[in-house]
Design a protein around this ligand. Structure first.
Ligand SMILES: [Zn+2]
Length: 198
């Protein structure tokens, strides 16, 4: 019988035989140990590559065009964050980190480990990448950015004419892919595959 250590209270317990999509909880602190997800690394590799390709138009194409007093202004995600650098550098950095840097690094690291596990290649850097993936999962907040964008749209719509650009639709596609990847990624499963495979 395999054992697992709880990250929260260091309790050592046996790994139970669980059906797919069930969550194992620590018998001591009752917090989540892991979820039994059986998504193949090859599936996550394909989804991650698609997400990385969609990131380019989602970040660079105009999100919204604002038409006010005869003037039309286009802006994309990167421009929006950089415009705040002078007045609110902390907010600008938070938006850049949580909406651009963290999701990009997270998807890249999942793509890398998925590719290694798919092709049975186990370089020594995989443990570091797995630790990085786990840390970045808490900082990737693309959905929070999308909600704040929609709030801004509803507030602005009474003052100016708003038009959604191509970037907005790519951002929605990226958000859906991002959520699918994160919900199907199992940290426990990847560690297990790495340890059994190397
Ligand atoms: Zn515990």
């Amino acid at each position: 019988m395999k054992t697992i250590i709880c990250r929260h209270c260091d309790m050592v317990s046996n790994v139970p035989a669980m059906p797919v999509n069930y969550v194992a909880k620590c018998p001591c602190c009752k917090r989540k140990l892991y979820k039994n997800i059986k998504c193949q690394p090859s599936t996550l590799l394909a989804l991650s590559i698609s997400a990385l390709l969609i990131m380019i138009p989602a970040f660079y194409f105009p999100l919204i065009s604002v038409h006010l007093l005869g003037i039309t202004e286009n802006t994309n995600l990167l421009q929006g964050a950089l415009m705040m650098l002078d007045n609110a550098p902390v907010v600008a950095f938070a938006v850049l980190f949580c909406a651009v840097i963290a999701p990009s690094l997270l998807i890249t690291s999942i793509a890398f480990t998925s590719a290694c596990l798919t092709f049975n290649y186990y370089p020594g850097i995989i443990p570091k990448i797995l630790h990085l993936t786990h840390a970045l999962r808490h900082w990737s907040m693309l959905e929070v950015y999308m909600i704040s964008l929609m709030v801004a749209v509803f507030k602005l719509i009474s003052y100016a004419d708003l038009y959604f650009g191509y970037g907005f639709f790519f951002l929605i596609a990226l958000l859906l892919l991002d959520m699918t990847i994160i919900s199907n990624y199992s940290h426990h499963n990847y560690w297990e595959r790495y340890i059994n495979g190397k």
